[in-house]
Design a protein around this ligand. Sequence first.
Ligand code: COA
Length: 263
Amino acid sequence: MNQVASYKNILTENREGIMVITINRESKLNALTIDTLQEIKMAVEHAHNINGLKGIVITGAGPKAFAAGADISEFVNFSEEEGTRMSAAGHEVMNTIENGPKPVIAAVNGFALGGGCELAMACHIRVASENAKFGQPEVSLGVPPGYGGTQRLVQLVGKGAAIEMLLTGDAIDANHALRIGLVNHVVPMEELYAKSKEIIEKIATKSPVALKKVLNCVNDYFRPNVNGMQREIYEFGDAFGTDDFKEGTDAFLNKRKAAFKGK
Ligand code: COA
């Protein structure tokens, strides 16, 4: 395996221009320790800086879990200060994924609970295997979600469905998640990577400049005190000065395939 860097809790592999990050704590259902999350952040940042990398897929080791939440045994004795630090650090990880310039797909191969569901929601697109289960069970532990779950679940599925999941702590299956918009696709487990790859390969035929601008504008929709419409006007105009714009429009008018350089 073409392991990119040396990590303890994750595996990274550059598979033909797609960075596959696998949470590798199968015996603990890939529960997310603080170190595991930091490694994911480092791997994502590393991938952002690889020229020509098409996108990132995050998945879990084994057939049972994407990630069954933050590692409960690690935070069980935390003080309020430690809890606050843990949450803030988790938010940074999720924001790094969400605000990055390359598409990130969560290939959800089983339980995505608590921090696992939050990690999947921070990715740009979610593909789930048929056995996947999603939930925010934190209220059973005496805490609310702490890695963005109360916000991103509302953004993805709306207030009504989100509040029910957040207050009951009930997990929902993959088809239910598809119905409410929490996942984009449900496929058999053996097709999980192929489907994720297919989406990234399609995106990779588009202009990297335009892709980054789309992600900026969409993310601005959810930022308080930021006007996403104004951002779109700016990003649209700014694109006219780029080589990608000249290439894309010239390719269309000359009936050829565009070869974008991302500049
Ligand atoms: N933190 C720490 N360890 C976890 C974990 C978590 N979030 N989720 C699972 N594990 C560990 C279990 O403690 C167990 O370890 P052990 O074999 O050393 O005892 C191992 O992973 C396997 O889990 P187990 O509970 O035996 O599997 P299961 O198939 O019976 O149940 C779940 C699966 C997902 C329903 C159950 O593990 C669970 O409820 N996990 C916690 C989910 C949660 O509350 N997440 C939010 C955390 S904020």
